[in-house]
Design a binder for this molecule. Structure first.
Ligand code: ATP
Ligand code: MG
Length: 165
């Protein structure tokens, strides 16, 4: 049974995961609903589960190549039925550095998932998914929200599907 602890607002989904697999499963649920051009801001402290959630996104998108942390490479491409650009702003000193690395070139034709996205809010598109992960006892707290009509609708659908309404 899915562990949705609370879902007070239908356009924000707050849940708890007890294991990396559960975090991946939430990523996969969102990934299955993503489209080319979508942007996912993965936010949260060191080891919160951002890469784990991105692995789930990849599963949901139908990506078969292994998804590992892009911290040192900055941008990693995962071609697939819906291609994923998995990026990481941890080592980035400025938004310009991320732009120089070419991240914006992926915005139109890929799904972009950016770890440590909270470090570079200037680069966020107007419409996006915001995934906030944090430590919660032995597991993780996940907060899924969105900006923009399309992404907000997807979060509502996910929220409704898993709160039994
Ligand atoms: N409920 C959980 N969800 C996700 N990861 C978990 C959970 N419980 C334990 N873990 C462990 O926490 C670690 C999360 O690592 P992960 O690389 O996904 O985090 P991260 O946020 O990407 O870290 P970094 O800030 O270094 O990029 C893994 O070792 C994973 O096994
Ligand atoms: Mg990571």
């Amino acid at each position: 049974m899915l562990n949705v602890e609370q879902s007070t607002l239908s356009d924000k989904l707050i849940t708890h995961t007890d294991s990396p697999d559960q975090t991946r499963a939430w990523g996969a649920r969102l990934g299955a609903r993503l489209q080319i051009g979508d942007f996912v801001a993965l936010c949260g402290p060191l080891g919160a589960g951002k890469t784990c959630f991105a692995q789930g996104l990849g599963q949901g998108l139908g990506i078969t190549s292994p998804i590992t942390s892009p911290t040192f490479i900055i941008i990693r491409q995962h071609p697939g039925p819906v291609p994923l650009c998995h990026a990481d702003a941890y080592r980035i000193a400025s938004t310009e550095e991320l732009e120089d690395a070419g991240l914006i070139d992926y915005f139109r034709d890929w799904v972009v998932a950016l770890e440590w996205a909270e470090r570079v809010p200037e680069i966020w598109p107007e419409e996006l998914y915001i995934i906030q992960l944090s430590f919660d006892n032995d597991g993780r707290r996940l907060e899924l929200s969105a900006q923009g009509q399309g992404p907000t609708q997807v979060i509502r659908e996910l929220s409704d599907a898993h709160s039994g309404t």
